[in-house]
Design a protein around this ligand. Structure first.
Ligand code: APR
Ligand code: ZN
Ligand code: ZN
Length: 361
């Protein structure tokens, strides 16, 4: 029987979010109901509310979550009731061209839950990024659940569901940062800071943080930046070159999502260096580059999609490193909040005051 729980709804374009009673159906074949313990507030939730992603209102927001599996539907074998899991955006098919080529993060045929969560009047809810975890319980495909060590705090585990994984993965998976590399990260919000933490984990010798906000640069140092550049004050390309013997960085990670910062990343890479775009541009953004500079500097220009992660490989691995004290995921949790405080969390995020506000249940 469907259960009634509290969830945070974005009712319409730019309307304030509100807590509502929602109905969560019993899990059907391949589905699971997860009791949510923590869920981070991400920019993407704000974009859903603003109508920046699509217009399938009302949305059930929240997608950076961890919790305990309550029940599973027919045919589910990978997870069982009682398992502590981190949720991911999409259950991949394992059979399409992308999956078969070992790049399931580009899966063409993802299977999220088939049933819908609804309002009490039957109105169907669109779950943010296929999850909808600003709710006491949510319905997902079982393939969206990755079991991790239950000893870790849910607020920390949930971070891996989106922004922190995107940043760490941009460094270790997409950028393939290696021991001794020089790495520059442009934009030091939650995603850029996670890229810095990832670069440190991978053994980078120099990690240059670039931002226009000195407060962000201070936090970046705590995450592992060895040098900082305020790009309001100094030309970041010149500064990165100066800090790398005139060469440029082996890997430059762009974590803003704007043409001008991408251009900086492009010119700040060493010969044969790698540029990783993890910041998400808007549809109208364009960038013109001299083709000769693409050719002449060599290397590669990549984009990173969800940190090019394999949840079943990367989530438990990063939690192990956190538990061992080699990666401080706790540093990304600025504050824990209640379900009714998401509008305030959006405001603080907009003002740049927090890395992550995390709703705990
Ligand atoms: N140069 C350098 N840094 C900049 C610039 C700029 N021109 N403009 C903004 N920034 C900095 C901000 O000061 C902030 O520290 O970029 C950072 C962006 O951080 P957040 O707004 O907290 O965003 P975050 O959650 O880190 O995501 C960054 O990655 O996944 C994507 O959609 C996400 O596009 C977004 C990007
Ligand atoms: Zn697939
Ligand atoms: Zn997110």
């Amino acid at each position: 029987m469907a259960q009634q729980v509290q969830g945070v709804i974005a009712p319409g374009k730019n309307e304030a979010v509100r807590v509502e009673t929602i109905l969560v159906p019993d899990p059907g074949p391949g589905e699971a109901v997860v009791k949510i313990q923590a869920c981070g507030v991400c920019h993407t939730d704000l974009h859903y509310k603003q109508g920046g992603i699509n217009d399938d209102f009302p949305f059930l927001l929240g997608h950076e979550a961890a919790g305990v599996v309550e029940s599973v539907g027919d045919g589910v074998t990978d997870v069982a009731p009682g398992d502590f899991v981190v949720l991911n955006w999409r259950a991949v098919c394992g059979q399409c061209r992308a999956c078969l080529r070992g790049r399931p993060w580009y899966c063409f045929d993802t299977h999220n839950a088939k049933q819908k969560m609804t309002l009490l009047d039957g109105t169907e809810l669109s779950p943010a990024l296929g999850i909808g975890a600003f709710a006491e319980k949510t319905l997902v495909a079982a393939g969206q659940c990755t079991k991790v060590d239950p000893e870790v705090s849910p607020a920390v585990a949930g971070l891996l569901g989106c922004g922190v994984m995107a940043g760490i993965g941009a460094a270790i998976n997409t950028g393939q940062v290696g021991r001794g590399d020089s790495v520059a990260v442009i934009g030091c919000g939650g995603v850029g800071d996670a890229a810095i933490a990832g670069a440190r984990l991978a053994g980078a010798a120099k990690i240059i943080a670039v931002d226009i906000d000195d407060r962000k640069l201070e936090t970046a140092k705590k995450m592992g930046a060895t040098h900082t550049v305020n790009s309001r004050a100094d030309d970041p390309v010149e500064a990165i070159r100066a800090l790398t013997g005139g060469n440029g960085a082996d890997v430059v990670i762009e974590a803003v999502g704007r043409p001008e910062t991408y251009k900086q990343a492009f010119y700040a890479r060493d010969l044969a260096g790698t540029v990783v775009l993890v910041g998400v541009p808007t549809p109208e953004m364009q960038l013109e580059l001299p083709l000769l500079d693409v050719f002449g500097r060599g290397g590669s220009l990549k984009s990173s999609w969800y940190g090019d992660c394999l949840p079943s490989r990367d989530f438990p691995m990063l939690i192990d490193l956190h538990q061992q004290g080699r990666l401080d995921l706790g540093a990304f949790v600025t504050e824990t909040i209640q379900l009714g405080e998401i509008e305030q969390a959006f405001a603080r995020m907009h003002d740049g005051d927090v890395l992550r506000s995390v709703v705990v249940f």
